[in-house]
Design a protein around this ligand. Structure first.
Ligand SMILES: *Cc1c(COP(=O)(O)O)cnc(C)c1O
Length: 374
């Protein structure tokens, strides 16, 4: 079965990890710092804090932003559950705003309609690798005193109006899961324009430990002393994972180029196929395509999904609207709330897309899809 996504591991990647295993540091050592610096350089130069997953990055970012009971977080339902659940687990109320009909990205007009003075964060998702419309979202956030968050689990390497992902929102979160644009196995990071938020995130993912003498409340202990001011979690990434991440980051531009080529090949082959809609791209955006989300019309998505899988093409569906998850339904969220997201979900089918996919395999996916639709 051709998977819908998978990692690309080179012999350099393997060597980089093996070198760490032969060295002194397995976990928080110099390679974590080097990886964070490299992430920062690739995402606009703001401080990056690494962690154990994209889900952890969202939890850490919301915690650093002070999200809690009484606050609202406005986000898109067309995402992986963690974009919303990272705020819910801190006691905030998640408010879902609908997506644009064509891009499936958070619609600034829908956000405008639901923000209040309790809105703490507006969290967009660069679905499929295509950045959302931050120049429209940021003024709404600024007006109500909220932060913008870019869940960029799909989009590291992309740009919007010439600015890199990482520089588009106040906070940006990344995932390094194997199917994403680069991998550390499990892993993630958050990038912060504000250094105070970055330091809070750093401490949150480091069990809440404060190591800066000038901030100690207990001042009569010895040189071993460190103390906790706010609760935190151990979300630390390891040197082993960071070595893989550093090596992968050096390949990010090549990964992006290959993903762009495959996307163009699918677009050209599928543009005129009846019963399909191919993904749209805004003029001012250079996406880092993570998914190729084709839309299967005429109520045939499930049938096409099953027939593609039977024929060895491991298509996927991304995503069930987040508020359909029972955990949100039990809280009273109703189906029908975001019609564009629900219509998109009903048609969406992710075709295989990853750097090592060959042109012949892309053509095989296209032929299979055309045959199934005929
Ligand atoms: C993958 C993903 C996450 C979570 O990342 P993990 O590393 O799998 O925890 C969050 N948001 C989006 C949009 C994702 O695709």
């Amino acid at each position: 079965m051709l998977p819908y996504g998978r990692q690309s591991i080179s012999s350099d990647d393997i060597e980089a990890v093996a070198a760490i295993l032969r060295g002194d540091w397995l976990t928080t050592g110099p390679t974590v710092t080097a990886f964070e610096d490299a992430i920062s350089a690739a995402t606009g130069g703001h401080r990056a804090v690494s962690c154990t997953s994209g889900t952890a990055a969202l939890h850490m970012a919301y915690a650093a932003a002070g999200v809690g009971p009484g606050d609202q977080v406005v986000t898109t339902p067309m995402t992986f559950v963690a974009t919303a659940s990272g705020a819910s687990i801190l006691g905030a109320e998640v408010v879902f705003a609908d997506v644009e009909e064509d891009t499936a990205l958070l619609d600034p007009a829908a956000v405008e309609a639901v923000v209040t003075d309790r809105t703490k964060v507006i969290a967009a998702v660069d679905y499929a690798g295509h950045p959302a419309d931050y120049d429209a979202l940021q003024p709404i956030a600024d007006r109500v005193g909220a932060l913008t968050l870019d869940d960029a689990a799909h989009s590291i390497g992309g740009t919007y109006r010439g600015r890199p992902v990482g520089d588009l929102a106040d906070v940006t979160t990344l995932s390094f899961f194997p199917t994403k644009n680069l991998t550390t196995g499990e892993g993630g990071a958050a990038v912060f324009k504000d250094d105070t938020l970055a330091q809070r995130a750093h401490e949150f993912h480091f069990i809440g430990l404060v190591r800066d003498k000038d901030r100690f409340e207990i001042t009569d202990e010895g040189p071993w002393h460190q103390e906790v001011h706010e609760f935190g979690i151990n979300y630390r990434l390891t040197d082993v994972a960071s070595a893989l991440g550093l090596s992968q980051l050096a390949r990010l531009a090549a990964f992006k180029q290959r993903r762009t080529e495959i996307t163009a090949r699918y677009n050209a082959a599928l543009a005129d196929v009846a019963g399909l809609r191919t993904p749209v791209q805004r003029d001012d955006v250079d996406p880092a395509w993570h998914l190729y989300p084709v839309r299967v019309l005429d109520g045939r998505r499930r049938e096409v999904f099953e027939k593609m899988r039977e024929r060895g093409v491991g298509v996927q569906v991304n995503y069930i609207p987040v508020y359909w998850h029972p955990v949100y339904a039990h809280l009273g969220y109703q189906r029908g709330m975001c019609p564009n997201a629900e219509a998109f979900y009903a048609e969406e089918l992710s075709l295989p897309l990853y750097p090592d996919l060959t042109d012949a395999q892309v053509d095989q996916v296209v032929e299979t899809l055309v045959e199934v639709l005929a």
